[in-house]
Design a protein around this ligand. Structure first.
Ligand code: SF4
Ligand code: SF4
Length: 137
């Protein structure tokens, strides 16, 4: 099994530094790969990244919710969304995501379609190559 980063990720990057096997990779270009992605072949399911995420975006694969109920105000990011998220990441750098949408309180969304991109990123996407060109946002 592996852990999965869902579309609740807004790339604040708090998770990356704690991973003992360095298998969390920021997606680039962010319009196409908006999240940080976990290499399912390398993740050891230690769970260290989960409490580091201020946005509760990370789940064990078999616990990714099919009916996530929004608290209200949180953002999802995904290909094709057109709203904007602005925040500050763990390094104090501004994060702007132009493919975001703010959720309304009580809105229910299925996060299970987010599982496949975590696999695709390493199978058919850029994978670890983005680590070399990532600028920290
Ligand atoms: S800490 Fe959460 S929001 Fe930040 S990059 Fe990691 S998964 Fe995404
Ligand atoms: S569960 Fe552990 S090994 Fe897997 S991505 Fe998170 S910190 Fe890394």
């Amino acid at each position: 099994m592996t852990h999965i980063i869902t579309s609740l990720c807004v790339r604040d990057r708090g998770c990356i530094e704690v991973c003992p096997v360095e298998c969390m990779v920021p997606g680039l270009p962010s319009a196409e790969w908006p999240w940080v992605y976990i290499d399912p072949e390398t993740c050891i399911d230690c769970g260290a990244c989960v409490p580091e995420c201020p946005f509760a975006a990370i789940y064990p694969e078999d616990e990714v919710p099919s009916a996530y109920t929004a608290k209200g105000g949180e953002f999802i990011t995904n290909v094709g969304l057109t709203g904007r998220f602005e925040g500050t990441n763990h390094h104090g750098k501004q994060v702007v995501m132009d493919n975001a949408r703010q959720l309304a309180a009580g809105e229910v969304i299925d996060l299970t379609p987010d599982i496949k991109p975590n696999y695709d990123f390493f199978k058919t996407g850029p994978g670890y190559s983005t680590k070399d060109i990532d600028q920290g946002v």
